[in-house]
Design a protein around this ligand. Structure first.
Ligand code: AHR
Length: 553
């Protein structure tokens, strides 16, 4: 196995003893044989990958809305109706399918009625996150000016080509307010007073918002409900909603990570009014953040977190290990759902996922929950999207937390500065999976071994996911090893390769990241792949997330 240092040294001193393909960006020892294998099984389709798996989350929190998405019509920052133009352009590029808003915890303190009507008449309100904000942040982070409301958010989505996913307030508003929000968004032009109010703001045609969250984390900030109490609220909030001809897709507040009990108790209580109650649910939410890097030492939410930028190889693996729990969470929750819903009409909606580090690595100092994503987070994100792609029959939607200036952000922005993070680049690399047909694929590679504070630990050596659309095959791959290059033989069982390219992102420094000053410090590279003796041999450098795009004959 080639070690990372050896690999880099060889790359620097020259090509003696190596075969350097003209199309290859890194040297390859002439005699190397594959240590890994990727076998795509064309006769084992798994299902269609919902484009919504590539969804986003934008909460009114820290710098997400104000300074992130919204700069205002009179800003010197290029904007479309006050919305940051560069962000819209990038989100079009990744074909952003759906965006969740306004929270998160913020949703259960938000009154949508504050955010409509003339902007200068809208009230200022204390943001849910105000107590956590420092004195230094701009006033609009603590006191919501309501410059962004339903109109602006839906307009943002439409400019991108994304569906809005609105989370309703179950903790502090009534069922009537929820119904009226649906009416404001969806009632036909001229039909209701609220449709007239919408038209007066320039939006005569209904927004036709389909996805509605019924609360958020109702076991916590969303009301501190028990599962039974939430089930009662869910029934009341959804007993009648105007549909205006379109079926609404309602998402129930699901458990935190592996709290199977929440799901069971919620569904049991819901079903006490008859099995038909279940039909009201389109998706069951699931949240999982990878935060505990303490190597098993603590479960304390503050003490267990790690740093976004300062970490060693073990921290790298620990983050991936925490994120890799997603696979079991998805299958586990699916199993619980099957106890109540044998036909599996209710799907999973993983509407918050990503790593969560301790404060201290903000691109704009003071921004709440802002962190600078590195190569580690890119590999993490690729790994997570692969988990979703491998279970397309279970997952209807997933939303990376969060879009900009917060947690696992795709973008960082401050005033006129903007940068695409390595996570944003992963969404570019993976975009072609959207709507593709997932194929079962067998990845085999040597298991990784590392030292977890004196105890031996292991992690898988190579994984990914595959989808096909017409004659285009996408195989995305993660090499989690911080030290070892993988050389994989790619075998297509049931199809032949016409041409292939590889796009990959990696760096000798596992901490590599982009900043406002060095916007392209970490970028994907692309090369053509050539068939050697009919076989496709592909190298995956250490710490790498990659996409192979293969044209089939
Ligand atoms: O994404 C930040 C917060 O994390 C959300 O507001 C909440 O739903 C979750 O606990």
């Amino acid at each position: 196995m080639m070690q990372r240092r050896e690999f880099l040294k060889k790359g620097m001193v020259g090509t003696a003893g190596l075969m350097l393909s003209p199309k290859s960006a890194w040297p390859m020892p002439a005699s190397r044989t594959a240590d890994s294998r990727i076998e795509v099984l064309f006769d084992e389709p798994i299902g269609t990958i919902s484009p919504n798996i590539y969804g986003h989350f934008a909460e009114n929190l820290g710098g997400v809305l104000y300074d992130g998405i919204w700069v205002g019509e009179n800003s010197r920052v290029p904007n479309i109706d006050g919305l940051r133009k560069e962000l819209i352009e990038h989100m079009r590029k990744i074909k952003a399918p759906v965006i969740r808003y306004p929270g998160g915890c913020f949703a259960d303190s938000y009154d949508w009625r504050d955010g409509i009507g003339p902007a200068d008449k809208r009230p200022r309100r204390t943001n849910f996150w105000a107590n956590a904000e420092s004195e230094k942040v701009p006033p609009n982070h603590r006191y919501d000016p309501n410059a962004v409301g339903t109109n602006e958010f839906v307009h943002f989505c439409k400019l991108i080509g994304a569906e809005p996913y609105l989370a309703a307030n179950v903790r502090s508003l009534s069922a009537e307010a929820f119904q009226q929000w649906v009416e404001y968004c969806n009632s036909p032009a001229g039909s209701t007073t609220l449709a007239d109010t919408r038209a007066a703001a320039g939006y005569a045609e209904p927004f036709r918002v389909k996805y509605w969250g019924v609360g958020n984390e109702s076991w916590g900030c969303g009301g501190e409900f028990t599962a039974q109490e939430y089930a009662v609220e869910f029934r009341r909030f959804t007993a009648w909603l105007p549909s205006f001809g379109d079926n609404l897709s309602l998402i129930a507040s699901g458990p935190n990570t592996d709290d199977w009990t929440w799901t069971r108790e919620f569904l049991t209580e819901l079903g006490r009014k008859g099995p038909g109650q279940l039909r009201r649910i389109y998706g069951m939410a699931l949240h999982h953040y990878a935060w505990n890097l303490s190597r098993g030492k603590t479960q304390n939410w503050e003490a267990g977190k790690g740093d976004a930028l300062k970490f060693d190889d073990v921290d790298w693996y620990e983050l991936l290990r925490e994120g890799d729990r997603m696979e079991g969470l998805v299958t586990g929750h699916w199993q619980v759902l099957s106890e109540f819903d044998r036909e599996h009409r209710v799907k999973l909606v993983v509407d918050e996922w990503g790593p969560w580090y301790r404060p201290g690595s903000e691109a704009t100092p003071g921004n709440l929950l802002e962190q600078i994503p590195t190569l580690r987070d890119a590999v993490f994100s690729g790994m997570t999207l692969d988990i979703f792609n491998r279970q397309p029959e279970k997952i209807a939607m997933a939303n990376c937390a969060q879009l900009i200036n917060c947690l696992n952000n795709l973008y960082l922005a401050h005033e006129d500065r903007f940068v695409v993070t390595p996570v944003g680049r992963v969404f570019e690399l993976y975009a072609s999976h959207q709507g593709g047909n997932a194929l079962r694929t067998i990845f085999s590679a040597p298991t990784l071994h590392y030292d977890r504070d004196g105890k031996p630990a292991t992690f898988w050596g190579l994984r990914g996911s595959t989808s096909v659309r017409d004659k285009n095959l996408t195989i995305t791959v993660v090499n989690p090893s911080t030290s070892d290059l993988r050389l994989a033989e790619v075998v297509l069982r049931g199809a032949t390769v016409k041409s292939a390219t590889l796009s990959w992102m990696s760096d000798p420094d596992i901490h590599a990241h982009n900043t406002f000053e060095r916007r392209e410090a970490l970028m994907p590279q692309t090369k053509s792949l050539s068939l050697s003796g009919g076989a496709l041999m592909v190298e995956f450098p250490p710490a790498c997330v990659a996409a192979m795009n293969i044209q089939l004959s």
